[in-house]
Design a binder for this molecule. Structure first.
Ligand SMILES: [Zn+2]
Length: 189
C-alpha cells in the first residue's frame, strides 16, 4: 500500500492492532467495488475518497462504516474472544513508554516491527519483552489496560482520536506485576 496515512490514522490502526497489510487503498473505488475487494483479500479497512460527515474520516469497514467514529464496526470482536498472545512492549528512549497489546502472531518480532512501522506512540524502537498465550486475548489486554489506567499516556496528537489507551508511563516492574498477575489467570493451557 503506497497511500500516505495521517498520524491519526496510523495511531488508530496501531491501537486496534490492524497491520498495514490489512488496509486497502480504495481511493477511486465506489463502495460496491471496495467491499468486493475487501471480501476477496481479507482486508479489514479501506481508505476511501469519501469523508465521514462527523469528522471527515476516510477509513471504512467492510460494511462501509466509519471505523474511527464507530470502532465496533471493525472486524475486531473476533480478536477480543480468540486465543492469542498478550504482550508487553517497551520503548526506552527518549523516556520509558510501555504498550500492552495482543496479537495472533506467534512471531512477536514481526509484531514489534509493525509497532515500529506504525510509529506507535511516536516511537520506532519498540521491543516486545513479555508475551503470554491467553484465552480471549483481547479481553485480557483490556483488563490489563484498565488496571494500569492511572499511568495511561494521553499523547497530544491535536485530536481526541489520538488519545491512546494502550500506552503507559510507569516503572517497568509495576507494569510487569500487573501483566503477570492478569495473564497468569488467563493463560491458555
Ligand atoms: Zn468518522
Amino acid at each position: 500500500m503506497v497511500i500516505k496515512l495521517t498520524r491519526d490514522e496510523r495511531q488508530f490502526l496501531c491501537r486496534y492492532d490492524i497491520p498495514l497489510e490489512g488496509v486497502l487503498d480504495a481511493r477511486g473505488q465506489c463502495r460496491q467495488e471496495y467491499q468486493l475487494v475487501m471480501k476477496e483479500n481479507g482486508a479489514r479497512v479501506a481508505i476511501t475518497d469519501s469523508r465521514c460527515a462527523a469528522e471527515g474520516h476516510r477509513m471504512r469497514s467492510r460494511h462501509g462504516k466509519c471505523i474511527q467514529c464507530d470502532p465496533s464496526s471493525i472486524a475486531f470482536s473476533k480478536r477480543y474472544r480468540d486465543t492469542g498472545y498478550v504482550y508487553l512492549a517497551l520503548s526506552l528512549s527518549p523516556k520509558i513508554l510501555i504498550k500492552i497489546g495482543s496479537s495472533k502472531k506467534k512471531n512477536l518480532d514481526l509484531r514489534a516491527e509493525e509497532l515500529n512501522s506504525h510509529k506507535c506512540g511516536g516511537r520506532t524502537n519498540w521491543k516486545i519483552v513479555n508475551a503470554v498465550l491467553c484465552l480471549e486475548a483481547g479481553r485480557v489486554e483490556n483488563e490489563i489496560q484498565a488496571a494500569l489506567k492511572d499511568y495511561q499516556v494521553v499523547l497530544d496528537y491535536g485530536s481526541k482520536s489520538g488519545a491512546s489507551r494502550e500506552l503507559f508511563k510507569c516503572h517497568l516492574l509495576v507494569a510487569v506485576d500487573v501483566f503477570d498477575e492478569i495473564t497468569g489467570v488467563n493463560k491458555a493451557k
